[in-house]
Design a protein around this ligand. Structure first.
Ligand code: ADP
Ligand code: MG
Length: 271
């Protein structure tokens, strides 16, 4: 579905990607993980067409992004990026309506179908009661739900999420992740999500790609990618990797370096 081929990109002198290739399958939930500064957000911006590669190509459904018009890209791919701050005071429903602009001739020129998508997006994200509230008065979790609803209204086959649950409490994390997973399951929307939390990536992804120094370090199912070498070689962290007791996926617990790291008997530890 998305084919990234031999991508090269740099900011000024800072070479981030060289000959970077990755194929993303239709309807999958793919997570991107890797250390801070490894280029995860940059990769999403390249897929969104906000940044341009100096070499190589990115194609969605065999159409090269670099050759597509802005509106055409916006009908294919939506994204929640980090640090969204609207310049004016918009209400929740106004922000969600922005998702329909790639389909409308003018901002106010919405069709019945546009309004149906806006209503559906507000419903799916549990925002009906907050629709008239100014965006800037919302909590972080509510803001993330609004940005997600804007993407849902955009109705794209590909949705990119950049650390969309960072800084949220566990209840809000779980709620947002379930809404995203349901979108993936129900509407077959392909999800490409950046996480700094490897456990969340493991819990929700079909596949995980580990990016480090502009290269793919590991790529595969959570079991194939979340392991001791990932923690040690990529993150330089000392952790214990276990199987989630209810779900058959790996989870990482950080160790304390000043305490003995002898696990209790009965736990399945992955080396
Ligand atoms: P990640 O999302 O994995 O933490 P980023 O893609 O944000 O990483 O950044 C990768 C590298 O590129 C970092 O070293 C960062 O400082 C640098 N970088 C990011 N954005 C810019 C920019 N607009 N101009 C120059 N350098 C940037
Ligand atoms: Mg980032």
């Amino acid at each position: 579905m998305i084919s990234i081929e031999k991508l090269t990109f740099q900011y000024d002198q800072n070479q981030l990607f060289q000959d970077f290739s990755l194929t993303i399958h239709e309807s999958e939930f793919l997570s991107i993980i890797g250390p801070n500064g490894s280029g995860k957000s940059t990769l999403l911006k390249l897929i969104l067409g906000i940044l341009k590669p100096s070499k190589g190509s990115i194609a969605i459904f065999e159409k090269e992004i670099a050759k597509m018009k802005r509106k055409a890209i916006s009908r294919m791919v939506s994204g929640v990026l980090q640090d969204f701050n609207p310049a004016y005071s918009f209400s929740v429903e106004e922000i969600v309506a922005i998702g329909r602009t790639p389909y409308a001739k003018a901002f106010s020129d919405f069709s019945k179908e546009d309004y149906r998508y806006i209503e559906e997006a507000l419903t799916e994200t549990g925002l009906l009661d907050l629709r008239k509230k100014p965006f800037e008065h919302l909590s972080s979790g509510e803001k993330q739900r609004v940005l997600l609803a804007k993407c849902f209204a955009q109705n794209t086959p590909l949705l990119l999420l950049d650390e969309c649950v960072a800084h949220l409490d566990p209840g809000h994390v779980q709620h947002i992740m379930e809404v995203v997973k349901e979108k993936n399951r129900k509407d077959k929307v392909t999800i490409v999500a950046v996480f700094h939390d490897v456990n969340l990536a493991s819990l929700y992804s079909d596949r995980i790609v580990v990016v480090n120094h502009g290269r793919v370090s590991y790529l595969g199912t959570p079991k194939e990618t979340i392991h001791k070498p990932l923690m040690e070689k990529v993150y330089q962290a000392n952790g214990t990797v276990l199987t989630h007791p209810c779900l058959d996926v790996p989870q990482v617990l950080l160790n304390r370096l000043d305490r003995p790291q002898k696990p209790s008997a009965g736990l399945i530890i992955h080396e």
